[in-house]
Design a protein around this ligand. Structure first.
Ligand SMILES: [Zn+2]
Length: 88
């Protein structure tokens, strides 16, 4: 069962909640009782698997950059971490 992180917009209270994927998100803060809880997206959930960004870039015609990987002026820093938004 995944753990979701929530943070209250009103009082800043943070909590982790074990929920099924199918459960409705919680909105009520247990600390202040306001319906201001917001679900946080954990970084792990955004981690791309197996070089998905690479394939996307490849298909969009940037394979030249990838092959010239040593060129400092053609590879944005984020490419190394895989955090680049998909290039169009
Ligand atoms: Zn609160």
């Amino acid at each position: 069962m995944p753990i979701y992180e929530y943070r209250c917009d009103d009082c800043g209270h943070e909590l982790e909640v074990l929920q099924k994927m199918s459960d409705a998100p919680r909105t009520e803060c247990p600390a202040c009782g306001e319906p201001t809880l917001k679900k946080l997206i954990s970084a792990a959930g955004f981690r791309l698997k197996g070089g998905g960004w690479y394939e996307t870039d490849f298909k969009s015609g940037q394979k030249k950059n990838l092959h010239d990987g040593g060129k400092k002026d053609s590879t944005p820093p984020c490419a190394k971490t895989g955090s680049c938004p998909a290039a169009e």
